[in-house]
Design a protein around this ligand. Structure first.
Ligand code: CTP
Ligand code: MG
Length: 381
């Protein structure tokens, strides 16, 4: 089986967007653009290239995705690609056979486009890219005035652009001094024959603020679903409990096969409920030794990945912890931040609340604690 790697370049500053952060970290319907782009390639190994000083933004945007550390990019896209290719060549698995090079700024790339480029390479093409015919007539400004450029035979090049790895690395090394705007231009300089596959109008490159308005409008189609989850655990001997991914000192522990984090368990069930995917016990059976003492962030990340596989996004979640003790208030912000990190959400889309039951019932008698959660997910039409 030939090995295919994906290089996603995200080292730009996004200056034309006029946004307050580099555009690849901007949220689109609750999820950073870079995370959406990476998730579009989820069945392939992905290497991300980021700009200097973007380490924290990238870590937050890509939390929980189990990617190799991002590679630092350069001053131009071309340089960023070359540095990414060099990192792939020197990586632990050695150079791949093929590489797909893609802009972080194209989060709507479809599985069909990715497969078409990959298949062209597997069938022997040395380079392949998606292209679309130009629909508008073009006008060119010249020193003497304007002229019309007939649109016949004009096409728009998109990414991912795929190559035999050795060819494109050699082209980048040989032509580092010639400025080009995409890898195909470089491939042509190096005499690599390229094939064309059908492009996709939805595979927009987000450049201006208006493009972000359009992208959010595209994402608002589809359906919204809400589901709830509930969990309870009994107190046992111990000196801390895990709640919503945070270790909280307490005069008891919680009894459970995993870390007994009722908050994350309730939330995991709520997410699974949104896609009709059963409950946490089906995915992580308590009889399975692998989950003994497991940290529950894994369960939550798994539920989120099932939603992402369907092209959906979590847009909001709300957890209520029900206990007399420990006091939740001092940890509430840390809990929200941890859930936001696991799910790759802005913190204002995550709510953590707490209540006692005024001494009534099993939580009132301090036999244990309970949690309930509600999650809202948007799924594509
Ligand atoms: N890119 C990069 N390294 C650079 C410049 C760009 O990795 N030095 C990446 C961008 O992050 C983006 C892709 O190349 O994913 C396409 O570039 P573009 O859309 O021009 O993004 P920016 O350069 O960030 O935006 P702008 O030109 O408006 O500043
Ligand atoms: Mg640019």
């Amino acid at each position: 089986m030939p090995r295919l790697a994906v290089l996603i370049v995200a080292a730009g500053k996004g200056e034309r967007s006029g946004l307050s952060r580099p555009k690849q970290y901007e949220y689109l319907a609750g999820t950073p653009m870079l995370r959406r782009t990476v998730e579009a390639f989820r069945s392939h190994p992905v290497q991300v290239v980021i700009g200097p000083g973007q380490e924290d933004l990238a870590a937050a945007a890509l939390a929980g995705l189990a990617l190799p550390a991002p590679v630092p990019g350069g001053a131009t896209r071309q340089e960023s690609v070359r540095l990414g290719l060099e990192a792939l060549a020197a990586g632990p698995d050695g150079p791949p056979d093929f590489v797909l090079i893609h802009d972080a700024a194209r989060p709507f790339v479809s599985a069909g486009t990715i497969a078409a480029v990959a298949q062209a390479l597997e069938k022997g093409a040395r380079g392949a890219l998606p292209m679309l015919a130009v629909a508008d007539t073009l006008r060119r400004r010249e020193s003497a005035g304007w002229s019309t450029v007939a649109r016949d035979n004009l096409f728009r090049a998109q990414t991912p652009q795929g190559f035999a790895f050795g060819d494109i690395l050699a082209a980048h090394r040989a032509h580092a001094g010639t400025a080009v705007t995409d890898d195909m231009a470089l491939a042509e300089l190096a005499g690599i024959a390229v094939e064309h596959v059908e492009g996709d109008e939805r595979n927009l490159k987000l450049t201006t603020k208006e493009d972000f308005v359009l992208a959010n409008a595209l994402l608002s189609t589809g359906e919204t679903r809400t589901a709830m989850g509930y969990d309870a655990h009994r107190f046992t001997e111990g000196d801390h409990v895990w709640l919503c991914g945070i270790q909280v000192p307490h005069d008891h522990g919680l009894l459970g096969h995993s870390d007994a984090d009722a908050g994350l368990h309730a939330l995991t069930d709520a997410l699974l409920g949104c896609i009709g995917a059963g409950d946490i016990g089906q995915h992580f059976p308590p009889t399975d030794e692998r989950w003994k003492g497991a940290s529950s962030d894994k369960f939550l990340a798994h539920a989120a990945s099932l939603i992402a596989e369907k092209g959906g996004q979590v847009i909001h979640c709300d957890v209520t912890l029900i206990c007399e003790r420990p006091k939740v208030g001092p940890y509430r912000q840390a809990m929200r931040a941890r859930i936001a990190e696991i799910l790759g959400l802005d913190i204002d889309r995550v709510s953590v609340k707490a209540t006692t039951t005024e001494g009534m019932g099993y939580t009132g008698r301090r036999e244990g604690l309970a949690a309930q959660a509600v999650a809202t997910v948007r799924l594509p039409a």
